[in-house]
Write a protein that binds this ligand. Sequence first.
Ligand code: NAP
Length: 255
Amino acid sequence: MIKLLAAEEFKGRVALVTGGSRGIGRSIVLGLADVGCQVTFCYKSDHAAAGAVCQEAQGRGTAVEAVQADVGYSDPVNRLVKGVLDKHGRIDILVNNAGVFKRRPVVEIDDEEWDRTLRSNLYSAFYTARAVLPSMMAARRGSIVNIVSISGKRGSAMHAPYAAAKGGLMALTRTLAKEAIPYGVRVNAITPGRVATDMLQAYPPEEWKRLVAEIPAGSFGDPDDIARAVLFLCSDTSSYIVGETLDVDGGLTMD
Ligand SMILES: NC(=O)c1ccc[n+]([C@@H]2O[C@H](COP(=O)([O-])OP(=O)(O)OC[C@H]3O[C@@H](n4cnc5c(N)ncnc54)[C@H](OP(=O)(O)O)[C@@H]3O)[C@@H](O)[C@H]2O)c1
């Protein structure tokens, strides 16, 4: 008999989510905790937002752990992963969600902004995967989901470092998938469309009408739409999906 996504399969699984204090990451953290995962998430600097996620989880009868760690650098990532492994003995799920997004013409982007954007959106996923994969491969199970972007596929005016980072992350996803699947570890990606989070504030309000009008589904995505797709890609329901990039965008990119 075919069994579809069953919440019980997540009970006790250990999950690490980057950038879990706000927006899409927050929904992913709470979604994984709701189905019984032991979730640790990191954030860069917004302690209040991270604390609010922990409180929200508590209010729902679960517990999640927040750790301040800038995933754009390898030392904090290595400490973060070691902390989870020391505490739980394994990591079953890794979601590379942390990202930053600025709007600026390419000729105005300085070295510092280029570096910072690449670090948060791309280096981060390499550092976490490198730290987590040895234990996943040894356990011969695990799932990694990278949150990418349409701009990584199509390019995007005013977002050069972001688009370059997400394009790189898409290639990294397929590369990690090829290296990890012989060990039973699946790596996939999700492309959110336009999701109602703080990140959309990068656009001036007068552009929002146009941004929505271009979406066939007629509205911005909700962070929970992305969290549900993460649960699917981490579940046994998707056990034969490997190296895939799943568009969750209300039809924005369908041809
Ligand atoms: N929203 C959209 O429409 C959309 C569309 C396509 C793709 N995405 C992707 O979806 C992901 C989440 O986006 P979002 O809209 O939820 O963003 P958001 O609301 O701006 O939240 C970003 C999260 O990432 C964390 N973060 C950023 N840089 C970090 C770093 N170097 N180290 C650790 N944590 C870091 C932030 O922590 P602090 O608050 O502490 O800085 C925050 O928790 C991103 O990868 C984004 O590129 C979003």
